[in-house]
Design a protein around this ligand. Sequence first.
Ligand code: TUI
Length: 308
Amino acid sequence: MKTKITELLGIEYPIIQGGMAWVAEYHLAAAVSEAGGLGIIGAGGAPASFVREQIQKTKEITNKPFGVNVMLMNPEADEIAKVIVDEGVQVVTTGAGNPGKYLAAWKEAGIKVIPVVASVALAKMMERAGVDAVIAEGTESGGHIGSATTMTLVPQVVDAVKIPVIAAGGIGDGRGFAASMMLGAEAVQMGTRFVVAKESIVHENYKKKILAAKDIDSEVTGMTHGHPVRQIRNNMTREYLKLEKAGAPFEELEQLTLGALRKAVVEGDTVNGTLMAGQIAGMIKEEQTCAEMIQEIMTQAEALLTKK
Ligand code: TUI
């Protein structure tokens, strides 16, 4: 399927993998790219040296285009921005902030820059600053979220900018893909479905939690501090929300969340770990390869989009 995004990025299918902290490492990124989508290495809160290694390992196992996501709250974001240029990465997505200060260097290096936005205002600002496309991410997403839903955000961003828009948040199958196209998107970004991919290194316990999740099993923590994070309800969310309600300072709660994501992904601690996942987790019932997922989504979407 050809869209402005497949043309821009030189990929076969307009499906981009979310840059999920801890989850989006080189095995997953390479598998998505090999399957014809755009794999993304998620820098998350990792040091720049780790991101460089991940980029090099990805290059060793795929010749297809791939990208790096810079989580802008990372204290080493400046160094990571340089590593990306150094290593000749072709595509950058950003999250959890405004990437303005890196744009000149990235554009100079010929990198395609695609920030995640959660509002029309930031989308317009980013377009003026010269980015290549934006990802409009709705509140259905897992992890750090904005407040607008995908259904409302995507068409409003599409109307507000001329650059291509990628829809994200709550998309997990061909129906979500087709709906995104109807809203005016040129591609989709998916995170939660790829967490359970066979190539995903995420601990089996975490995958099982997503596969067993029901529609309303996620909870949003951090709302009162302006850093809302969607995750599957467990002991961690109950403790967090209790502390939050009692007025605990942001720094204390932030530390709890960042360390706990590693606990869930690497150690499989589903009780006290942070199980970031989107609301679409309730629909994800099967562990498949990235290629199987992408083929299934494209087949279903094409049937829907060509239906008379
Ligand atoms: O970034 C994400 N999702 C993430 S980042 C992350 S790591 C983390 N862990 C614990 C606590 C906090 C973060 C986990 N999930 N998605 C992209 C995204 N960006 N969603 C929303 C935004 C966003 C929000 C506000 C982007 C820009 C923005 O405003 C920027 C500004 O300064 O105007």
